[in-house]
Design a protein around this ligand. Structure first.
Ligand SMILES: Cc1cc2nc3c(=O)[nH]c(=O)nc-3n(C[C@H](O)[C@H](O)[C@H](O)COP(=O)(O)OP(=O)(O)OC[C@H]3O[C@@H](n4cnc5c(N)ncnc54)[C@H](O)[C@@H]3O)c2cc1C
Length: 526
């Protein structure tokens, strides 16, 4: 049994199948040093691929899985190396009749699994790889749509229908797991700690308040679903993005990402509640609707070549985004000068999780709202720092927020000043994540550059010295972004989406010329 995601005992068809009718079972997890070991050159603590918060979450999840397997008479065999090579070596070394692992639709796993399956089939080893990370099999939904993924949520819902397993109760417990066989010459490790991997525990002053693992996942789900009225009334996008002591949503995403929680079990548990209450919200805004968004993006991602890129991605508008490193760095390092935006980015660094609408605000700000920086750059930062970082969902939402796909109303821009204020007029969220502003009066907490010097001095925060001035003026930057998007959309329409590098270059030139003209005119008017 090869664990990758699906780090759970409940509703784990691969593990169940592997445990059935065999004398011994090898529950394996391979630690890929490239993914896990510290990279001091990276822009935040972590490896070259992942921030330390997600690595911690994964280690906690592995330790929890190991404990659960031990209770069932087994243990987790941790190996190290490039996963494909390690698994193939194990298959060569051990007398394995069957290899079981959860099906995965990410391009990385697709390539890895092809390699391992090819080896297994040549060696006469059977493989079993069921779909259990999502509610539906993306390939089925795509096949039902004539080979193309549905690109709207409603058409996805229509095509997907009810999950095939809906009527039967999912198996949520295993009574035992066969004992581990002889491991031969393979070097087996315990689940390492962060320190053992080479991290310094004091690298961060505040860490994600979410413990990894199936046990924590099930407790968290039970607690959230314990409040049936809250579940029945759940309505996104309502909910306070600035609530951080008690987030306004479930924070089950990191557990779903690593498969500590089965999305199918979550689905069934939600259905049980809906049967029990008189009235409840419906997709897309309900809690069940949120889970379906996840499947929607998995399906779109699986059926779209180059889903994670602008170029060569047929569902992505071609837009001449800027690659301004300074603006990107200001956003990434929480130094835009807009406290609402910067506080969210600090929460991302410290916790690796933010509310959905907070993600909307910073993604819009970086791309089509203010800075006009390429969505792929923002995606990379999220991909590294989020504890729930998920290839399909992250790329899908960046495509959405940058108005590159799925959503096209580029005139609707989140204000980095008034949006947060609606929910949190006193700025408690900002004061927590940006303590440099903790004494700024509430009148200025969202726009501290407007505070008179006497007030800045009293608040012990001089703008331009202790906290940056705004990197752009929102009013003019957002106007500029709208104009650029309008021009880019027109070119995409005229060329029927077939925009090449030359077209983008000349559009970029035109936008720059227009901008210079506008500047000259403004100067003359003055
Ligand atoms: C730019 C951007 C990037 C994002 N990147 C990720 C990511 O890498 N991983 C990730 O899991 N979510 C991502 N999201 C989606 C969403 O913000 C999170 O899933 C959600 O905030 C997680 O909190 P929760 O578990 O409390 O959600 P809840 O509201 O409690 O929803 C329950 C579950 O539904 C799913 N879900 C909710 N919203 C979405 C959505 N918009 N799209 C797909 N699935 C959804 C998640 O699995 C979530 O755990 C991103 C959103 C944006 C705007």
């Amino acid at each position: 049994m090869w664990f990758r995601k699906g780090l759970r005992i409940h509703d784990n068809p691969a593990l169940e199948h592997a445990s059935r009718a065999c004398g011994s079972l090898y529950p394996v997890f391979v630690i890929d040093p490239r993914y896990m070991e510290p990279d001091r050159a990276a822009f935040s603590p972590g490896s070259s691929r992942a921030g330390v918060n997600r690595i911690r979450f994964l280690l906690e999840s592995l330790a929890d899985l190991d404990s659960s397997l031990k209770r069932l008479g087994s243990r987790l065999l941790v190996l190290k190396g490039e996963p494909g090579e390690v698994v193939i070596r194990c298959l060569q070394e051990w007398n394995v009749g069957k290899l079981c692992f959860e099906h995965d639709t990410e391009p990385y796993y697709q390539a890895l699994d092809r390699r391992v399956k090819n080896f297994a089939s040549a060696a006469g080893i059977e493989t079993f790889s069921p779909v259990s990370h999502t509610l539906f099999d993306p390939a089925d939904v795509i096949a039902r749509n004539g080979g193309k993924p549905p690109l709207s949520y409603q058409s996805f819902l229509k095509l997907a229908g009810k999950p095939s397993w809906e009527a039967s109760r999912l198996s949520t417990a295993l009574s035992s797991v066969p004992p581990v066989g002889d491991v031969g010459r393979c070097e087996i490790f315990e689940v390492p700690t962060l320190i053992e991997l080479g991290y310094n525990e004091t690298e961060q002053d505040e860490v994600a308040p979410f413990q990894g693992g199936e046990t924590a996942a099930l407790m968290r789900m039970k607690e959230a679903l314990g409040n049936k009225a809250w579940v029945a009334d759940f309505e996104k996008p309502k909910g306070d993005p600035s609530a951080f002591y008690k987030p306004a949503t479930t924070v089950l995403s990191p557990y779903l990402k690593f498969g500590c929680l089965s999305s199918r079990y979550f689905y069934q548990s939600l259905q049980d509640i809906y049967k029990d209450v008189k009235k409840h919200t419906s997709p897309p805004v309900s809690l069940l609707g949120q889970l379906l968004w996840r499947d929607f993006f998995y399906t779109a991602a699986f059926g779209t070549p180059n889903f994670d890129k602008m170029k060569g991605n047929r569902i992505c508008k071609q837009i001449p985004w800027s690659d301004d490193e300074q603006l990107l760095a200001a956003w990434r390092e929480a130094k835009t000068g807009y406290p609402w935006i910067d506080a969210i980015m600090v929460q991302l660094h410290k916790w690796g999780w933010m509310h959905h609408l907070a993600r909307h605000c910073v993604a819009c700000f970086l791309t089509r709202g203010d800075l006009f920086v390429h969505w792929e750059k923002g995606r990379d930062v999220f991909e590294r720092l989020l504890i729930d970082s998920d290839w399909a969902v992250n790329n899908g939402n960046w495509l959405w927020l940058s108005c590159s796909s799925f959503f096209y109303q580029y005139n609707r821009i989140y204000s980095p000043i008034t949006f947060g204020k609606k929910y949190d007029p006193n700025g408690n969220y900002i004061r927590h994540f940006l303590p440099v502003l903790k004494d700024m009066p509430k009148e200025y907490i969202y726009e501290p550059w407007k505070a008179p010097m006497s007030i800045q001095t009293k608040a012990k925060c001089i703008i331009g010295r202790d906290y940056p001035n705004p990197v752009v003026s929102h009013d003019s930057a957002s106007k500029d972004c709208r104009r650029k998007l309008a021009e880019a959309y027109a070119v995409n329409q005229r060329l029927n989406g077939m925009v090449n590098d030359e077209d983008l270059k000349s559009l970029r030139r035109k936008l720059e010329e227009d901008q210079e003209k506008e500047l000259r005119n403004t100067k003359q008017r003055r």
